[in-house]
Design a protein around this ligand. Structure first.
Ligand SMILES: Cc1cc2nc3c(=O)[nH]c(=O)nc-3n(C[C@H](O)[C@H](O)[C@H](O)COP(=O)(O)O)c2cc1C
Length: 324
């Protein structure tokens, strides 16, 4: 398959694995890159530059295909020496692409380009996509309300967001939020996207480093199994409707501050839950697409299934248009 994104990134299929905190380690990311998509590791998983460099090297030992580094930044945080150092490491190690998320990219784009790296910026609304284009980003990931993780505060669904971004931008758009199968990929391409980003589907893969209980939760989930938390602290997140999320919502209703919420929402608590298998004990970011996932499979098989279903979808649309 050829789109501007597959050409730009040198990948076989227009499928990018979303960076996921405490999930996107080299093993999962390399499986996606080796299957023809673009795997992503999260820079924020590593304590310092040296640990991060080792992870990038591990990634290079697991795949000779392109891969991406996700750098999730807190809103309104200035670009500091640490981020510059991480970008420098990416440049030295020959990383092809960096995806930033969570803050305006202005100062970052030129730093990333100067290191010889492509820059993708993730946004939850078309106006932020336009500002990323103005900053010189090479592409945007436009991720709608259905997504696992942070959908932004405006609550714009993938259908409108991707359509609007693809109409307004000259740079290519990567669609995300609720896309878990070949039908979803077909819909995203029809809206004008040139690739998709998928988190929740790859969370439900054999390679994802979360407990079997978390994977079972994903298989049992329905379209009503997720909730939106952290709205009161302007950092909305879609997560599994479990005990931790309900505790967070209760505290928010009581007007809790970020400091008071931290014991419940801390990423470390979620990470520990992935290891112990106590799904209720930590926040578990998940998108609404979980209701469509029926089987945990190795990434290679997921990718094959996605492409087969995409082909069937395109064929079905072709038949409809022939009949008109
Ligand atoms: C468990 C989990 C953790 C995530 N962590 C991050 C993160 O640290 N940084 C980030 O930019 N996006 C994060 N995301 C969002 C994904 O990168 C991606 O944009 C999103 O999952 C796409 O929507 P989908 O879940 O409907 O496929 C996370 C998503 C999930 C499911």
């Amino acid at each position: 398959m050829k789109t501007r994104i597959t050409e730009m990134l040198g990948i076989t299929y227009p499928v990018i694995q979303g960076g996921m905190q405490y999930v996107s380690y080299p093993e999962l990311a390399a499986a996606v890159s080796n299957a023809g998509g673009l795997g992503t590791i999260n820079a924020t998983l590593y304590k310092n530059g040296e640990e991060f460099r080792q992870a990038v090297r591990q990634m290079k030992s697991l795949t000779d295909k392109p891969f991406c580094i996700n750098m999730s930044l807190l809103p309104d945080v200035k670009v500091g020496d640490e981020i510059r150092y991480y970008i420098h490491i990416c440049g030295m190690e020959g990383v092809k692409v960096i995806e930033t998320a969570g803050t305006k990219p202005d100062a970052l784009t030129s730093l990333i380009h100067d290191a010889g790296i492509l820059h993708i910026h993730k946004v939850p609304a078309a106006r932020y996509a336009l500002s990323a284009e103005k900053c010189g980003a090479d592409a945007v990931t436009a991720v709608g309300y259905e997504c696992g993780g942070h959908p932004g505060m405006d609550g714009i669904g993938t259908m409108v967001l991707v359509n609007e971004a693809a109409r307004s931008l000259r740079i290519p758009v990567i669609a995300g939020g609720g896309i878990v199968d070949g039908r979803g990929i077909g819909a995203a391409l029809a809206l004008g996207a040139e690739a998709v980003i998928m988190g929740t589907r790859f969370l439900a893969s054999a390679e994802a480093p979360v407990s079997d209980n978390h994977k079972k939760w994903l298989l049992d989930a329905t379209e009503r199994s997720t909730v939106l938390i952290q709205k009161s602290i302007h950092n909305m997140m879609r997560a599994a409707d479990n005990q931790a999320a309900r505790e967070c919502l209760r505290l928010e209703e009581e007007g809790a501050s970020l400091k008071e919420l931290m014991p419940v929402i801390s990423g470390e608590r979620g990470r520990d839950a992935y290891a112990t298998g106590w799904v209720d004990s930590g926040i578990f970011p998940v998108g609404t697409g979980c209701s469509l996932i029926k089987e945990i499979k190795p990434v290679k098989d997921i990718m094959q299934e996605l492409m087969q279903e995409l082909e069937e979808t395109v064929g079905r649309l072709g038949q409809i248009s022939n009949a008109v």
